[in-house]
Design a protein around this ligand. Structure first.
Ligand SMILES: O=C(O)CCC(=O)C(=O)O
Ligand SMILES: [Fe+2]
Length: 404
């Protein structure tokens, strides 16, 4: 049973005209709130609405990921001058859901503003986190991640909306073993992806890359492979890079390479994050015994502060497996399952291990839906025991990036 809170809109209120989910930092300043008078009346609204339960996690709270079922009440018209009911499911859970009855003014931008202000307040969407400071405006999306929603009309049309405090779409993991189909991929049509871990959030999708694509990348990168640099924390400066990483790497440009451009588009369609947020792919080759000790893919705060005031960072790693490996070479997540405490960064006995399979991708998130670093995203590469491993990092940032 949910609680219904009635919200009465005051027509005399100056509306800011700002809408939810604008792509600029300025819309985060939408703090000029119309004074809403509230009256509470308890109404039984029954169970979860709009099919939200399909996306809620029975096992994990997901900080900064909220769902809202937004419906016009009978007798209301067109999103204006009516009553809209909004049922909220906080932090990816079904517990404590709450239904608001929003009285909306007739014009569209004021009606959108009422929704925006209510969501911001109730879900504390403007609270700034410490790590990194979350300066991106929150945003709403359709549950398939295909469209960003910026008006009440669009929210009503979608019925169920996903709300991300960090502003970027992130697939709900639901629970370990959950399989979902990602639609709308130009070349593949759709692809199934399986949740391997909720904390950190890790998915895998097989046959994301075609054999000829893997072959093309391996052959083109091979003459350029160089010992991998790593970005070291200050206390580690002076130690050889090979203490951490012994593979060879190459940042491979997509320019003048239609095949790579096609994969970049596929990554955009798969993650639902624009291509402008992607780094050039970093190709990796590991021979027998080579490895990479556990690390985070997000860049440390000092590096980021120098670069961009710490605003944006690497958010997603779409990790391409470009070959099979006879034995070893798994990607390991030692803090899998939300494990805290000391980690042996080169241990490959405990943790979630993702086996390299040609054409498969592992997709994991270094930032959480609330925009904060995910410490649990710590991961490394186990030594190749037999064979050779080819793979690649496709990093997707929390905002557009331009390198080189
Ligand atoms: O090779 C792997 O499995 C992981 C590599 C990695 O984490 C990295 O290059 O950042
Ligand atoms: Fe990594």
């Amino acid at each position: 049973m949910g609680i219904v809170v009635g919200i009465l809109w005051e027509p005399s209120t100056p509306a800011t005209g700002e809408t939810a989910g604008e792509a600029t930092a300025d819309s985060a300043k939408t703090n000029a709130k119309p004074p809403l008078s509230r009256s509470l009346h308890a109404v039984d609204v029954g169970g979860p609405g709009c099919g939200a339960h399909r996306y809620l996690s029975p096992t994990h709270a997901v900080s900064g990921f909220h769902l809202a079922c937004i419906e016009e009440e009978a007798g209301s018209s067109g999103g204006g001058d009516g009553v809209v009911s909004v049922t909220l499911f906080r932090d990816g859970r079904g517990e404590g859901n709450q239904t608001l009855a929003l009285q909306t003014p007739p014009d569209s931008s004021s009606a959108t503003n009422v929704l925006h202000v209510e969501l911001t307040e109730r879900l504390r969407l403007d609270d700034v986190g410490p790590n990194p400071p979350n300066k991106f405006p929150w945003a709403m999306y359709t549950p398939d991640g295909q469209r960003r929603i910026s008006s009440l009309e669009d929210a009503i049309a979608s019925r169920l909306v996903f709300i991300f405090k960090g502003g970027n779409f992130i697939w709900p993991g639901v629970e370990v073993g959950h399989v979902q189909t990602v639609h709308g991929l130009e070349t593949l049509g759709s692809i199934d992806m399986k949740t391997l871990s909720m904390e950190p959030l890790v998915f895998e999708a097989r046959n994301f890359l075609l054999d000829e694509e893997c072959k093309h990348i391996r052959e083109k990168a091979d003459p350029h492979m160089k010992p991998s640099p790593v970005s070291l924390m200050d206390h580690d400066k002076g130690k050889p890079d090979t203490n951490w990483r012994t593979s060879t790497t190459y940042f491979m440009p997509s320019t003048r390479d239609p095949l790579l451009q096609g994969i970049d588009r596929r990554v955009e369609e798969f993650t639902r994050v624009p291509k402008s947020h992607q780094e050039q792919v970093q190709v990796l080759k590991y021979d027998k015994g080579q490895r990479y000790t556990a690390h985070h893919d997000f860049l440390d705060e000092r590096t980021m502060r120098n670069m961009d005031g710490g605003r944006k960072n690497r958010m997603i790693t779409v990790f391409w497996y470009l070959s099979d490996v006879e034995e070893g070479g798994e990607t390991i997540f030692p803090r899998y399952g939300g494990r805290t405490g000391r980690v042996d960064f080169s241990d490959c006995t405990t943790g979630l291990k993702v086996k390299p399979v040609e054409g498969k991708v592992a997709m994991f998130y270094s930032l959480k839906p609330d925009g904060q670093f995910d410490d649990f995203s710590l991961h490394g590469a186990c030594p190749v025991i037999t064979g050779q491993k080819w793979a690649a990092n496709k990093w997707v940032w929390s905002a557009p990036v331009k390198f080189g």
